[in-house]
Ligand binder design. Structure first.
Ligand code: KIV
Length: 274
């Protein structure tokens, strides 16, 4: 593992990332949920690989992130950690692994780090989770916050809707961002808010801001792997950009295999043994 890291460059750490708040360049983050894609993302030079609880939707087919369990997050984080030599690995704390008590949160983060191999944890919320962030940071766990449209609150929001459009909600999100930074988080995701608000938060807090649906004014950007790679031909959120169409490519490849098998075109002698 040490040799591998050397080959691909310096290991990315929370501390080194934080220096880029002032010095740049901007931080590129992608989600990954398994060994194969984590390895590809790492080789491509992503700064952070996030094991997002979005896996509840992208990998498990749920309509929200809420059913994802801590055991499942540990399992996926372990796979991702094995594939990453250089990037910084962050694991999401799933719904109700930290909301009931600070002790729950510390134990959940401990499992993601000890069993999963994560180097930081991410959790959603602001003022309410600031005491937990403080405790985790003082226990030596780098924390990434998540403010704005926090998907674990989908039912409270009445859907995955842009947040911060009214003066009250805007003030609330600003207060959350300040609380997360003051508690010691080195970074925070800002999701689905008007770009002016994300830009204002970025200028106001010492933590890195990583935007998704939050405009270009953040210190970095994150995309869900499936959106970036076009794995679902039927789904493209407005804020995402497709850099490939792997979903359509996969369907074409599967269809070609079906046709070759049915026509007796696969395998050839070169694809079998004497
Ligand atoms: O779960 C996730 O993938 C996330 C990103 C969208 C930031 O939280």
């Amino acid at each position: 593992m040490a040799d591998e890291t050397k080959k691909q460059g310096e290991k990315v750490t929370a501390r080194a990332l934080l220096d880029r708040k002032v010095a740049g360049p901007r931080i590129a983050v992608v989600t990954a949920y398994d060994y194969t894609f984590a390895r590809l993302a790492d080789a491509a030079g992503l700064d952070i690989v996030l094991v997002g609880d979005s896996l509840g939707m992208t990998m498990q087919g749920h309509s929200s992130t809420l059913p994802v369990t801590l055991d499942e997050m540990v399992y996926h984080t372990r796979m991702v950690s094995r594939g990453v030599a250089r990037a910084h690995v962050v694991a999401d704390m799933p719904f109700m692994s930290y909301q009931a008590s600070i002790e729950d949160g510390i134990r959940a983060a401990g499992r993601l780090i000890k069993e999963g191999g994560a180097e930081a944890v991410k959790l959603e919320g602001g003022v309410d989770v600031a005491p937990l962030i403080e405790r985790l940071v003082s226990a030596g766990v780098p924390v990434m916050g998540h403010v704005g449209m926090t998907p674990q609150s989908v039912h409270a929001f009445g859907g995955f809707k842009v947040q911060g459009r009214t003066p009250e909600r805007r003030a609330h999100i600003l207060e959350d961002a300040h609380a997360v930074a003051a508690a010691g988080a080195y970074a925070m995701v800002i999701e689905s808010v008007p770009r002016a608000l994300a830009t204002e938060i970025t200028a106001a807090v010492p933590a890195l801001t990583i935007g998704i649906g939050a405009g270009a004014g953040c210190d970095g950007q994150v995309l869900v792997m499936h959106d970036l790679l076009g794995l679902d031909p039927h789904w493209k959120p407005r804020f995402a950009r497709r850099y490939a169409t792997l979903g359509a490519d996969a369907t074409r490849a599967f269809s070609a295999f079906v046709a070759d098998v049915r026509d007796g075109q696969f395998p050839t002698n070169d694809e079998s043994f004497e």
